[in-house]
Design a binder for this molecule. Sequence first.
Ligand SMILES: Cc1cc2nc3c(=O)[nH]c(=O)nc-3n(C[C@H](O)[C@H](O)[C@H](O)COP(=O)(O)OP(=O)(O)OC[C@H]3O[C@@H](n4cnc5c(N)ncnc54)[C@H](O)[C@@H]3O)c2cc1C
Length: 384
Amino acid sequence: MTDTSLRTSVLATVDRFCREHVQPAIADMERTADFPYELYRQAGELGLFRIDVPEEFGGIGMDHVLPLLAAERIARTSPAFAVTFANCADVLTPIIAKAAPHIAQSIVPQVAEGSKIPCISMSEPLAGSDVSAMRTRATKVDGGYRLNGRKMWCTNGSVGDVFVVFAKTDPDAGSRGISAFLVEYGVAGFERGRDEPLTGLRGNPTSELVFDDVFVPETHRLGAENEGFKIAMLTLDSARLNAAGMALGTATAALEIARIYALQRQQFGKPIFQHQGLQFLIAELAAEIEMSKAVWLKGLDALGRGDAKETTALASVAKLLCTEMAVRVTTECVQIMGANGLSKENSAERLMRDSRAFQIFDGTPQIQRLLIARHLVRDGLMIF
Ligand SMILES: Cc1cc2nc3c(=O)[nH]c(=O)nc-3n(C[C@H](O)[C@H](O)[C@H](O)COP(=O)(O)OP(=O)(O)OC[C@H]3O[C@@H](n4cnc5c(N)ncnc54)[C@H](O)[C@@H]3O)c2cc1C
């Protein structure tokens, strides 16, 4: 098979998985907010967590762009499960790049087959956008470190098995005093705390983690001491493109629901789509989706070519445009559907709730504007 036909075949598998397994699981996820273990197992069985994992770790070894295309497709059905899926690749990147080979070999294959759920934990009650304000400490002791602190908003935290945890090893050095560690659930002193009762993404828990004198062997540090911020950056570009893509998928799904509704719903003797006020709105929303998608695809192209500077700049632009667009599009789609748009029996309302989180994690719109401005000062306009 050529790369293109393999890619097409993987995406067709993803679409089939969404139709046959994700769609039927949504009602339960919405009702209970429980993590969909069975869906996760099925995704693992299909090989969806192995797509870009190197073959030496039991993966398929395809390019890093493909999982992002897959996450966009999954978000068209369930943004919540898309986040669970995308988080897996976001966590594996620093482990594969920076874990000691024997440690990576003991963890990555199990994550790739779906038998271990990975998480990444940086944020804290007092350190969100400003990660350098984190207070979790890793204190050097004989053979390793003692970890103490409290983390917040960890995706899949309450169901996670393997955690990339960031902590201060040099508290006076700001972002240059952070190190990254691998912590497995079950070690003494580590507790998975409560799930935050957030709006949207039901079935994708966002949780507190507590570290009370947790011993982490030196072998479980990722990279060098105080290299944590750089390690976080390794995954941030693709994580931002992932968030942008999932926002895009969410908006696309909402507009398709609203388009079909507007063609069927009659008011004043004709389908509401035929009223120009609404028709122009729907046309504008479609145009906004296409515009955002063009930037996202440009970012994916840069990621695929391995152009780090271009990827970083475009990841911020795509994250900003796609996530703001998704909130507007999904909100307008609810409006197009009137009272039925607000009904929990239609997916538009769920997609509107789900779209909100994409603006918060992996850097808010304000932070993306700040990063884009920094790029403009340092490197000039983005003429790629
Ligand atoms: C669903 C979900 C999943 C998440 N998953 C994870 C995860 O897996 N791991 C993890 O570590 N974290 C995770 N997070 C946390 C997320 O990364 C933070 O919420 C995010 O970084 C923002 O931090 P904050 O919520 O503390 O907001 P704050 O940083 O307190 O920001 C509050 C407001 O102030 C604005 N603001 C802050 N600084 C500036 C500035 N310099 N200029 C202008 N405006 C500013 C922000 O844009 C925002 O509007 C998740 C969050 C959510 C909602």
